[in-house]
Design a protein around this ligand. Sequence first.
Ligand code: TYM
Length: 345
Amino acid sequence: MASDKPRVFSGVQPTGNLHLGNYLGAITKFVALQESHECLYCVVDLHAITVWQEPKELEHNIREVTAAFLASGIDPKAHIVFNQSRVSGHAELAWVFNCVARMGWLNRMTQFKEKAGKHRENASVGLFAYPNLMAADILLYRATHVPVGDDQKQHLELSRDIAQKFNTDFAESISSHGFAETFFPLPEPLITGPATRVMSLRDGTSKMSKSDASDMTRINMMDDADAIAQKFRKARTDPEPLPSEVAGLEGRPEAENLVGIYAALAGVSKSDALQEFGGAQFSAFKQALTDVAVEVLGPIGAETRRLMDDPAYIDSVLSEGAKRAHTIADPILRETKQVVGLLTD
Ligand code: TYM
């Protein structure tokens, strides 16, 4: 891999159906960054088990996310695709970060509050420490850029805080070992484009999510043309026609969401989309939306299915990716241990 390009790391949890939010908020960005960056794309299986996963389903889901990565256009030869648990440094560095991050910082994480809900006492310790593992994922490779959807912003701020605190707490040791002062870079989130927060098709104020009980709230990457058409047809809207300018979307969350989805799928801006559809009724717009969604997702779904028929190939991609990830991670983990004062071979 060319090492003079900035390094990107990002991850997707293998916890069930990937949906349009994952695709537009993250995976399309992963694909685009391959030209200009050195990329590591990780199926974060250790994050997945912070909530219960049926072992057989987890195996299936790890392969399916990998297949979806490849089907979407990630090149596992030019870049690195692997599953997190195969590189033990993620868990090791996460432990060090468990000792750097403060309880107060984690207590502020809105995602933990949402996921743990009223059953906080019953949530796994792993779910609470989840953001520390995320920081470890990124910093184990000293990645500087992290493409994610808007919902991961707070976790990335925490990653930056951890990097900063580590660099400060261990400044003397870092310098006495002759390592660069910025031992861990502060990773930058890349949250761009018209669909950084794709919302539920049934409620424009809540996020499209794998865990929503109703499948009608989301378009899954593996949905067929009929399912896509039906879900958009039944998507909630308001009675007004579409506005011709972006400002006219204010206070119309469902309209704004559908326009954002259309723009991202068609590769245009929201403003361009509204120039085309301003004044149109939702019925006409929904038809165009369905057409573009089927055009984009259809071939990806078909290719994902084809790849899933050859699990040995998928496993070889992950195994090869993990070997290459190790070659970057191992020296960084070793330096980290030296800085902390842990004896290494
Ligand atoms: P996960 O698996 O929940 O989601 C994967 C990616 O999809 C984005 N995403 C969305 N984007 C727009 N609209 C939505 N409705 C939507 N839903 C999900 C997420 O922002 C994410 O980019 N913690 C991460 C995985 C992770 C990670 C990392 C990411 C683990 N380690 C290190 C970056 C770097 C997560 O749960 O993603």
